[in-house]
Design a protein around this ligand. Structure first.
Ligand code: SAM
Length: 256
């Protein structure tokens, strides 16, 4: 498949931004519900958001995200990561689309998925392609994406690292690459109910989330059809490249 002929379009299951049904109670999504801190922060395009477990029993420190950086252009580090990937590229949990914009600047065909209306709208406003839908719903070109990214803690989406890795495996082509940003603490491996809180103390409904360091990712990857190919530590962040396990890769034709 060449990038030139690839035209990702919303899957049949994806819905226009304005016509989605109301959320079912108990199925809150990242930062949504209650005081809608994620939508508010994206509206302001600045401030910080704190993700914390609903219970201290998990023994996990809160994680703070800087909304300014999500709404700003990708950093030099992030651009270098994107530049090393092949298109078509899928940004899972794309937020306002800074990585999609970076991909476009390198001529890499890319599409984002996100469950937040505000995030998708801002990604569209940047001139990038994004669809409001969950990664677990029907995704166009399933099995044909050459690369996918799960950055900014997105390996935590929906609270099961293994389920997300299996889903990513379905989405990517047999020679695909999945780039995952993991927790800076290699030993973290947790799934929990979390809330998101903004600078004004506005809190979301609880939603399922997870955190995984390199050790947990490597173990879960192996059980989900992936193998860890490389790790890079830079600027306090840790990135892991996953490729389909050898047994799952297409056989190379012998030249003899
Ligand atoms: C930690 S934020 C990362 C933001 C983003 N990477 C950026 O560049 O701004 C997690 C993102 O994943 C999205 N998300 C959460 N659950 C999702 C799901 N099931 N499918 C797709 N996106 C999801 C959220 O709406 C949010 O934009």
């Amino acid at each position: 498949m060449t990038q030139a002929i690839f035209m990702p379009a919303p899957a049949a299951g994806a819905q226009p931004l304005s016509s989605l049904p109301p959320r079912v109670p108990g199925t809150a999504l990242f930062g949504q519900g209650s005081s809608e801190p994620y939508a508010r922060a994206l509206g302001r395009k600045q401030g910080s958001l704190t993700l914390r477990p609903v219970s201290a029993d998990y023994g996990l420190a809160p994680v703070t995200f800087t909304v300014d950086s999500w709404c700003a252009p990708a950093t030099i580090l992030e651009r270098s990561l994107v530049a090393g990937l092949s298109g078509p590229l899928l940004d899972i949990g794309c937020g306002p689309g800074r990585l999609l914009a970076a991909a476009a600047s390198f001529g890499i065909t890319a599409m984002g998925l996100d469950t937040s209306t505000q995030a998708v709208q801002q990604a569209l406003d940047r001139g990038t392609r994004a669809v409001r839908q969950s990664v677990f719903e029907t995704v166009s070109h399933t099995g044909r994406w050459r690369s996918a990214v799960l950055l900014d803690g997105n390996i935590g989406i929906d609270g099961s690292v293994s389920a997300l890795l299996r889903r990513s495996r379905e989405l990517l082509s047999p020679d695909g690459t999945l780039l995952v940003e993991v927790d800076p603490d290699d030993d973290v491996d947790a799934a929990f109910q979390a809330v998101l809180e903004d600078d004004d103390g506005k809190v979301s409904e609880p939603f399922r989330w997870a955190r995984a360091g390199r050790t947990a990712l490597a173990a879960r990857a192996g059980a989900s059809g992936w193998e860890l190919s490389a790790t890079r530590r830079a600027q306090g962040r840790v990135f892991c490249w996953l490729n389909p396990a050898r047994a799952n890769r297409p056989a190379r034709r012998s030249s003899r």
